[in-house]
Design a protein around this ligand. Structure first.
Ligand code: C2E
Ligand code: CA
Ligand code: CA
Length: 843
């Protein structure tokens, strides 16, 4: 053997060692990846290299043993190796090897190319990395880690939950997914893992049939340092708690949404520092309906384009209300928890109309410092409510026909006029105007005409006022003007406040003088005006009452005139107050009170026979000091104050009781005796009372009397103005047998013929005729005419106020008479009058 031979031996030994190194490298890699048994290519390659190594060793041994004909053997042996390689590698790797050395190098390079990355992978094969991997995976909370190779073989399985889920690391690792999982689980997992190996990430929830836990499984490709996919990494995280919390949250959200949707209100959360809405249950649009205009000012600082619908919730807030809303936010933020604050504000709706919203705000979220940073508000539309409220307010304060303030508002205005006057050292004047002849307008032109006249009068009255003055309508045809404080420094009579007020009153008379046209007809009205200066220290009510008194006097003195409230009227007003007080006391009294109401009676006799036919009940009032107040004074007060109802019942009761007493004291002497009756006066208000006939009937029953025992006296004017209800009631009473007498007949304007069409039974000729009939021929002829007419109409006839025998003598005996001569009003009716002498029996 030469030195060449030695080198060949050395070469063969080195090559054999290299082949064995390659084999060990492949086998170690295959073990590490768990592919030892399954990677046929790698195993075949290893086998070839072992063969090659063996061949080189044999060759070297052969050479060392001195054999020289190795060349032919080598050629044959190498051809055999090539054929084995071809068979095991199929067409996969195209390697041509002609010599064992070249074969070894080329195959090695080929293997590095196709298996190198896998074999080199530190995650897969590096012991230290694997240990780190395992430690990391084992410490990930609630997470299991699975590393799989591209064949979906478990390479690494680690995690805290493994045991609980029934996985055994040792049993899984190195096994195929298919081998370890039940078919249904495999079918579920496989697509995700395959996708991961193909480079796609996927994530899905997986519920463990064993523990019922929910895992979020994330499968993603596993890459080596040069970004090649070397398998799949699967992280399976126990998200049971999160999922339960989420579904709890979802339920809570769904509940909240359902509640908020069902509610007609909008709930919002506002950032206190910026005023921006941070959350809203719905948009303003849904509250107000219809799209919002685009030109709304974004006052809250949110950009419309970027903001969601709810950001626009308050964009429509009217500029005037924005500050109020911001202030309310801050106030609400400083409220104690659980308390709320309500703010009303206006927004412009889509239709441009102003809508009212009401917002109740309460502290909501606190910042780290404990300061409230957000307030929660519940917003609802209250437009209808506000409008109704306003309408009510207007109705309470305003006369719907003329739009003028009514009594309530007027009192307020008078009050402030008095105050202003006090400040300015001047006095405001109040003018009370009552239209004359308004009733006639209604009667002739109907309600329409009446309304039109009132509206026109209101208009004209306004025209005489200055800016600060005001006007109100306080009754059907009553207007009150408040003429603002006028300087009191002028001394001449025309320059004083009174003078100015009188000038205004004169102007009123002028503007009312022109006829008012309505539907082609002309109406003329005038006004009776009462003036009062609103003096310091008087109340608005007193001022109005005084102006009313002055007006009343203007009416009494002939209408269409101006009267100033003066001391006489003041005294009158005071007196009326005193009478009212006395009346109340007397009516409320239980008998031992100082103010008393009693009933006296005045007899009515048949003039020829002198027989007592009736007596009239007349009421008497004494005040606490024992002073007598005449019916002429207290009856009107009773009427005005409504006390007449109680007074009327009391008098009727007393009168009937009186009759019963009288009858007991004077039992009939023969069957022919016509029973004595009692006459009771009915004032206008009493007569108009809806219950009038019922009250009368009940009183008769109470005293066991029949309707024929009672005569009701009503004045002409009451009968003339009687409405249908009163006429019906009078008819009922008359039909029942109650006598109805026309009192004070002749003082009104009614004709007896007309009155006789009403349910009346008698007339009482007013005492003013009686008083003058002996001196005035007109009076005497009137009296005679009435007597004759009454006889014609078969009405009874009573002549009132007979004071002298002359008067008595001038009257026919067929009538009945009443008067001081026959008997003054007395506590007990007398039966004693005898018609004196000559006229007895005359006709
Ligand atoms: P009247 O119904 O015309 O009553 C008659 C009035 O004339 C009574 O006045 C009576 O005292 C008075 N009188 C009687 N005879 C004479 C006489 O010869 N000469 C004069 N000058 N007067 C005579 P009185 O009691 O003051 O009543 C005044 C009016 O008050 C009554 O007028 C009546 O309208 C009303 N009145 C009285 N009591 C009541 C009552 O209880 N209810 C109502 N509603 N009105 C009443
Ligand atoms: Ca009377
Ligand atoms: Ca009378």
């Amino acid at each position: 053997m030469g030195s060449g031979w030695v080198w060949v031996v050395v070469f063969n030994v080195v090559t054999a060692a290299a082949y064995l190194g390659i084999v060990l490298f492949i086998v170690r890699g295959l073990r590490r990846t768990g592919q030892l048994r399954n990677n046929r290519l790698a195993l075949a390659t290893a086998a070839i290299f072992v063969t090659c190594a063996a061949h080189h060793v044999l060759h070297a041994v052969h050479l060392l043993a001195g054999s020289d004909h190795h060349a032919s053997h080598l050629g044959g042996s190498d051809a055999g190796v090539i054929s084995i390689m071809r068979e095991s590698m199929g067409g996969g790797i195209d390697i041509a090897v002609t010599a064992s050395t070249a074969l070894a190098g080329v195959v090695y390079l080929g293997l590095r190319r196709s298996y190198g990355p896998l074999l080199r992978s530190p995650a897969m094969f590096d012991d230290a990395s694997e240990a780190r991997y395992r430690q990391l995976a084992a410490n990930l909370p609630h997470t299991m880690v699975f590393l799989l190779d591209p064949d979906l073989r478990f390479v690494l399985v680690e995690g805290a939950d493994l045991a609980a889920e029934g996985y055994n690391r040792r049993l899984l690792e190195k096994k195929l997914l298919r081998e370890t999982m039940p078919p249904d689980v495999y079918a579920e997992l496989e697509p995700h893992y395959t996708a991961a190996v193909a480079g796609n990430e996927s994530s899905f929830d997986w519920i463990s049939s064993r523990t019922g836990k929910t895992f979020q499984v994330r499968a993603r490709p596993l890459r080596d340092g040069s970004d090649r996919i070397i398998g799949a990494m699967v992280l399976s995280e126990d998200v049971t708690a999160e999922r339960e919390a989420k579904s709890e949250l979802d339920r809570a959200r769904a509940f909240r949404d359902a509640v908020l949707t069902a509610s007609p209100d909008i709930t919002t959360v506002t950032d206190v520092s910026t005023g921006n809405l941070t959350w809203a249950s719905r948009s303003l649009r849904s509250l107000l309906e219809g799209p919002l205009p685009d030109d709304l000012p974004p006052w809250h600082g949110l950009d419309r384009a970027d903001g969601t619908e709810e950001d626009h919730l308050e964009t429509a807030v009217l500029a005037d209300d924005v500050d109020r809303l911001r202030t309310a936010d801050r106030q609400a933020a400083s409220l104690p928890d659980g308390e709320s604050l309500t703010t009303r504000y206006r927004v412009r709706g889509a239709d441009g109309e102003t809508r009212w919203l009401s917002r109740r705000s309460t502290p909501f979220r606190r910042g780290p410092s404990g300061k409230v940073t957000e307030v929660l508000s519940v917003v609802r539309e209250v437009t209808d409510f506000v409008e109704a409220e306003r309408a009510l307010e207007r109705a309470a304060l305003q006369d719907p026909l003329t739009g003028l303030p009514n009594r309530m508002l007027l009192l307020d205005r008078i009050g402030s006029a008095i105050e202003r006057g006090e400040l300015a050292g001047a006095a405001a004047a109040v003018l009370f105007c009552d239209l004359d002849g308004f009733k006639r307008v209604n009667d002739t032109g109907g309600h329409d005409a009446g309304d039109a006249v009132l509206v026109e009068v209101a208009h004209r009255l306004r025209s005489v006022l200055r800016a600060n003055d005001s006007i109100a309508r306080v009754g059907g045809d009553e207007f009150v003007l408040v003429v603002d404080a006028m300087p009191a420094e002028h001394d001449s009579s025309s320059g004083t406040s009174v003078g100015v007020a009188e000038k205004v009153a004169q102007r009123i008379r002028q503007v009312l003088a022109a006829p008012i046209e309505h539907r082609g007809r002309q109406y003329v009205v005038s006004a009776s005006i009462g003036i009062v200066l609103a003096r310091k220290g008087t109340s608005a009510q007193e001022v109005l009452r005084d102006a009313d008194s002055a007006m009343y006097r203007a009416k009494q003195l002939g209408k269409d005139r101006i009267e100033l409230f003066d001391d006489a009227l003041r005294a009158n007003a005071l007196e009326r107050a005193h009478i009212e007080q006395t009346l109340r006391e007397a009516l409320d009294s239980d008998g031992n009170c100082t103010a008393t109401l009693s009933v006296v009676s005045q007899p009515i006799h048949q003039l020829d026979s002198g027989r007592l036919v009736s007596f009239e009940a007349l009421s008497r009032l004494q005040d606490a000091s024992g002073a007598e107040i005449t019916p002429e004074r207290f009856i009107p007060v009773a009427e005005d104050t409504g006390l007449i109802t109680r007074l009327g019942k009391r008098v009727l009761d007393d009168a009937l009781a009186m009759l019963v007493r009288w009858r007991t004291a004077h039992p009939p002497t023969s069957a022919k005796d016509v029973p004595v009756t009692v006459a009771v006066n009915l004032s206008p208000r009493q007569a108009q009372h809806v219950d009038m006939s019922a009250v009368v009937g009940a009183a008769l029953d109470r005293h066991g009397l029949s309707p024929e025992d009672l005569v009701l006296e009503l004045t002409e004017s009451v009968l003339l103005e009687s409405g249908s209800s009163m006429l019906r009631q009078l008819g009922e009473l008359r039909d029942g047998g109650v006598g109805i007498a026309i009192d004070d007949f002749g003082t009104g304007f009614a004709s007896l013929r007309y009155l006789a069409t009403l349910p009346v039974s008698a007339v009482k000729i007013d005492r003013s005729f009686t008083a003058t009939m002996t001196s005035d021929s007109t009076s005497s002829s009137i009296v005679r005419a009435i007597i004759a007419l009454a006889r014609d109409l078969q009405l009874g006839c009573v002549v009132e106020g007979i004071e002298t025998t002359d008067q008595l003598d001038a009257l026919p005996g067929s009538v009945q008479g009443q008067g001081f001569l026959l008997g003054p009003p007395a506590e007990t009716p007398s039966n004693t009058w005898e018609r004196p002498g000559v006229v007895q029996g005359a006709s």
